[in-house]
Design a protein around this ligand. Structure first.
Ligand code: HEC
Ligand code: HEC
Ligand code: HEC
Length: 317
């Protein structure tokens, strides 16, 4: 109801404006923001700011600054790069009109069922944040000890973590905190795979940190696949109409990921492996992504999108 009144207000108050900001159009365009800022502008992760209920003019200024480079942030830069002045005004009208985080928290007990979150996608705020990876895991392991322990992994993942078999992912150069998180998730059952469950059952936290440290310092091999135009477009720009966040925002220009944030590198992975992971996030059979970041994105991907973007990723060097 609040939103309806708000859009009416915008419609009435901006008749004289040359280019009226449109909160409804902003809502449509906000799909690409929800992976990080939450479907209602309240983020499910402490990494990302809440933007619901923020001042309209402040939001527009921040977006302009991210676009011009006056404010620098590796995640927001590619998001803002694609926005026109009109997009920014619409998005700001939408987010400034939403109830703030405190207001949403206060009313969620009373009428959670009328929340604006789409029923099809798990709302970021509802998913428990998994804290299996202490930041210390980044440097916690011992590389030499990890090398000794990695003999058990070589048959499938390659001695230096570069897999030769499409069904087995490469681990070389992946961040230690991502690898350690995956191992802990396989062990807890938070990520399910019958083969890996058997491999990690006997590993201690120290073993996992050592293995992660060893694979993290190996060299990632460049992709050797052919590029794909549709996949290229989706990876770099997302799909505003379908509300798909650009992959580049988290996985980086060259697919190297963002180590501190725990966003994995994708470069060097086989198309088979990439397709399987995206399909598993989409049907929820892989659900170990914090705040459902990848599930919320994959649910909007068609089979053709998955095919195209996976093909494109195999061409990243
Ligand atoms: C990949 C994750 C990600 C996506 C997707 C994303 N953002 Fe952000 N956003 C961030 C991060 C991280 C920051 C904090 C940047 C910093 O530390 O300076 C931020 C900051 C902002 C801010 C500044 C907030 C403040 O209080 O200063 C605004 C406004 C914003 N984002 C709007 C958007 C809009 C609109 C979209 C969709 C078009 C979007 N963001 C998509 C990650 C993201
Ligand atoms: C018999 C083959 C096999 C062996 C041996 C094996 N793995 Fe795996 N590993 C797999 C498969 C298959 C997957 C992909 C599971 C999936 O599809 O989700 C995987 C996935 C992983 C992942 C997740 C990679 C990613 O990008 O998310 C990590 C990390 C991993 N393995 C580490 C190890 C370590 C460390 C060892 C040795 C202790 C090991 N594996 C031994 C088959 C194996
Ligand atoms: C908001 C950040 C974000 C965006 C945007 C994003 N991802 Fe991810 N992605 C992640 C995170 C975080 C994980 C790891 C989840 C976990 O902990 O297992 C991941 C995991 C993956 C994996 C599995 C990697 C592996 O080694 O198993 C694939 C494949 C993937 N993403 C592809 C994509 C594609 C394709 C897009 C664009 C359509 C995309 N991602 C957009 C954050 C993001």
């Amino acid at each position: 109801m609040k939103k309806i009144i708000f859009s009416l207000f915008v419609a009435l108050s901006s008749v004289s404006a040359v280019q009226a900001a449109d909160a409804n159009a902003g809502k449509e365009k906000a799909g690409a923001c929800s992976a990080c800022h939450g479907p209602t502008g309240v983020s499910g992760s402490p990494m990302f700011p809440n933007i619901a209920g923020q001042n309209d003019a402040y939001l527009i200024k921040q977006l302009k600054d991210f676009k011009s480079g006056a404010r620098t942030d590796a995640m927001m830069a590619p998001m803002a790069a694609n926005l026109s002045d009109e997009d920014m005004a619409d998005l700001a009208a939408h987010f400034s009109g939403l109830p703030s985080a405190n207001e949403q928290a206060a009313s969620s007990g009373a009428d959670a069922s009328t929340d604006a979150a789409p029923a099809s996608a798990p709302a970021a705020g509802n998913v428990e944040i998994v804290t299996s990876t202490p930041a210390a895991a980044l440097y916690a392991g011992n590389v030499a000890a990890g090398q000794n322990k990695s003999a058990a992994c070589a048959a499938c993942h390659g001695a230096d973590g570069n897999s030769l078999v499409p069904t087995y992912p490469s681990l070389a150069g992946q961040s230690a905190n991502y690898i350690a998180k995956q191992l802990a998730d396989f062990k807890s059952g938070n990520r399910k795979d019958p083969v890996m469950a058997g491999m990690v059952a006997g590993l201690s936290q120290e073993d996992m940190n050592d293995l992660a440290a060893y694979f993290a310092v190996q060299n990632t091999q460049a992709g050797t696949g052919e590029s794909n135009a549709a996949g290229h477009k989706l990876y770099l720009g997302g799909d505003a109409a379908k509300g798909i966040t650009a992959c580049i925002a988290c996985h980086g220009v060259n697919g190297k990921g963002m180590k501190q944030a725990g966003f994995p590198g994708l470069t060097g992975q086989s198309k088979d492996y990439l397709k399987k992971q995206l399909a598993s996030f989409r049907d929820g059979s892989r659900g170990n992504d914090n705040s459902a970041i990848m599930r919320n994105i994959s649910i909007k991907l068609s089979d053709a999108d998955i095919e195209a973007v996976s093909q494109y990723i195999t061409s990243l060097k």
